[in-house]
Design a protein around this ligand. Structure first.
Ligand code: GRF
Length: 192
């Protein structure tokens, strides 16, 4: 299974995938890693591991549809079986999802459908929930919507900050992501 991974930030979840592939715990082929912004640590991690990388800079496009088209074409040029959004902080449109046959996988640091959006950890903390977690799902063109494939719960502890809570969530998120990719690669999960 060929995958293209999209990142916007530090790429620690991407690193977990790279490590799992390197160690033979996950049998997928990483075709490329791309970003919507230059200079991300995620892209650097991929380059350091020897994978092709690309950037389609969102801020260089006055018209969102043009960015979406160029991103779609760039990702398609690697001929992926699945596209993984791993901390990719942009919404893509229907044509992107359709081009990859619904095989657009997203991870989110909250128990969807609660707390979608860019600040899922902060919002859960502000609401005062005692349990939050993470979700791996097939993404559609909405904000963190689409069929849920796997979830894990994480307890909110007294004194948690957004950072401490997010770090504990990410431990579960990485495990869930690798398990889910493994199941998909073995044909265990139907597409969107
Ligand atoms: C993850 O929690 C992801 O779900 C969220 O942003 C975080 C990305 O972290 N959207 P990293 O870039 O993999 O370190």
């Amino acid at each position: 299974m060929r995958i293209v991974v999209l990142v916007s930030g530090t790429g620690s979840n991407l690193q977990a995938v790279l490590d799992a592939v390197r160690d033979g715990r996950l049998d997928v082929e990483i075709a490329a890693v791309g970003s919507d912004r230059p200079g991300t640590q995620g892209v650097r991690r991929a380059a350091d591991a020897g994978y092709p990388t690309f950037v389609v800079p969102f801020r260089d496009y006055p018209v969102r549809a043009d960015w979406n088209r160029d991103l779609t074409e760039k990702v398609a040029s690697y001929d992926p079986d699945l596209v993984l959004s791993s901390g990719f902080m942009r919404i893509v449109d229907e044509s992107f999802i359709a081009r990859f046959d619904g095989r657009y996988l997203n991870t989110h640091p909250a128990l969807l459908p609660s707390f979608p959006g860019a600040h899922g950890v902060r919002d859960a903390l502000a609401y005062g929930v005692k349990v939050t977690g993470c979700t791996v799902h097939w993404a559609d063109a909405g904000v963190d919507t689409g069929p849920i494939l796997a979830q894990a719960a994480v307890e909110v502890l007294d004194g948690d900050t957004e950072e401490t809570l997010h770090e504990r969530i990410k431990v579960q998120e990485r495990r869930l992501l690798i398990e889910t990719l493994d199941r998909i690669s073995r044909g265990g999960i139907p597409k969107l």
